[in-house]
Design a protein around this ligand. Structure first.
Ligand code: SF4
Length: 217
C-alpha cells in the first residue's frame, strides 16, 4: 500500500506555512481578494487591491456602497459585474470586520464563497481545517501525483481528505497548489527538480491508479 503520508512529507515541508500569494493585510482584505481572484489571477488582484482598499477600507464602507460604485476599481476583473454585487451583498450581511465568519458552514453561506475560498480563508486565518484547498492547480496536480482521480474539485478534496490526517489538511492543499504554480506547470512540468518525482504516477508512467503495492523506493 502506498504510504502517501510519508511520500507527501517533503512537499509539505517545502511549502510549510507559506502565506497565500494574495497580498492581503487583514481578514477583510483576504475575503474581498479571494472573491475577486476567482477565475482571475492573484497577481492581477494584488495590483488593483491598494486602490480598492483605500476607497473601501472596511466591510462597513463596502456595505454602504452600490455595485456600480465598485466598478471603476475592479472593471478589469473577470466577472466583475457579479463580483461587485456579491461583495456588496456579503458586506451588508456581515456589516462589520469583526463579524467575518471562520467556519466552513458560515463562510459558504456568503455570496461568492465556495468551499475552495472558504478553505483558503480558514487556513490563512490560522483556524483548524475543515477541508482541503482544491484550486485549479490542485485539480491538475493531484491526479498527476496519483493521490486522486477525476476533475471535480469536491471529489478530489474528499479523496485527499481520506489520505491525509486532518492536522495536515491546511498544509497539503496549499502545498500542492504551490507545486502547481512553480514546478508542475500544465506544460513541461519540471520533474527533474520536483520533490515528488520518486512517487509521482505521471512522472513514473503509472496509469493504473489502483496500483497499491508498487515499491518506488
Ligand atoms: S514529478 Fe513532474 S508531473 Fe509529478 S508532480 Fe512533480 S512536476 Fe508534476
Amino acid at each position: 500500500m502506498q504510504n502517501w503520508i510519508e511520500y507527501l512529507e517533503p512537499l509539505m515541508k517545502q511549502y510549510d506555512k507559506r502565506k497565500h500569494p494574495l497580498d492581503y493585510k487583514s481578514r477583510y482584505q483576504l475575503l474581498v481578494m479571494v472573491i475577486l481572484s476567482a477565475q482571475d489571477s492573484d497577481k492581477h488582484i494584488n495590483e488593483l487591491a491598494p486602490a480598492f482598499f483605500e476607497a473601501y477600507p472596511s466591510v462597513n464602507s463596502l456595505a454602504k456602497s452600490t455595485p456600480e460604485d465598485l466598478h471603476p476599481y475592479i472593471n478589469t476583473v473577470r466577472n466583475f459585474g457579479n463580483k461587485s454585487g456579491w461583495l456588496i451583498n456579503l458586506a451588508q450581511i456581515i456589516d462589520e470586520n469583526n463579524n467575518i465568519p471562520i467556519t466552513l458552514t458560515e463562510l459558504t453561506k456568503l455570496p461568492g464563497i465556495g468551499r475552495k475560498s472558504a478553505n483558503v480563508i480558514i487556513r490563512e486565518s490560522g483556524n483548524e481545517a475543515e477541508g482541503i484547498i482544491v484550486d485549479l492547480h490542485v485539480v491538475r496536480v493531484a491526479p498527476r501525483i496519483g493521490i486522486a482521480i477525476g476533475t471535480q474539485p469536491e471529489k478530489i478534496e474528499k479523496q485527499i481528505m481520506t489520505i491525509v490526517p486532518r492536522e495536515r489538511w491546511n498544509d497539503i492543499g496549499m502545498a500542492i497548489s504551490f507545486l502547481g504554480r512553480e514546478i508542475c506547470r500544465p506544460t513541461n512540468p519540471k520533474c527533474d527538480i520536483c520533490v515528488m518525482n520518486k512517487v509521482c504516477y505521471f512522472h513514473n508512467g503509472i496509469t493504473d491508479n489502483n496500483v497499491t503495492d508498487l515499491e518506488l523506493f
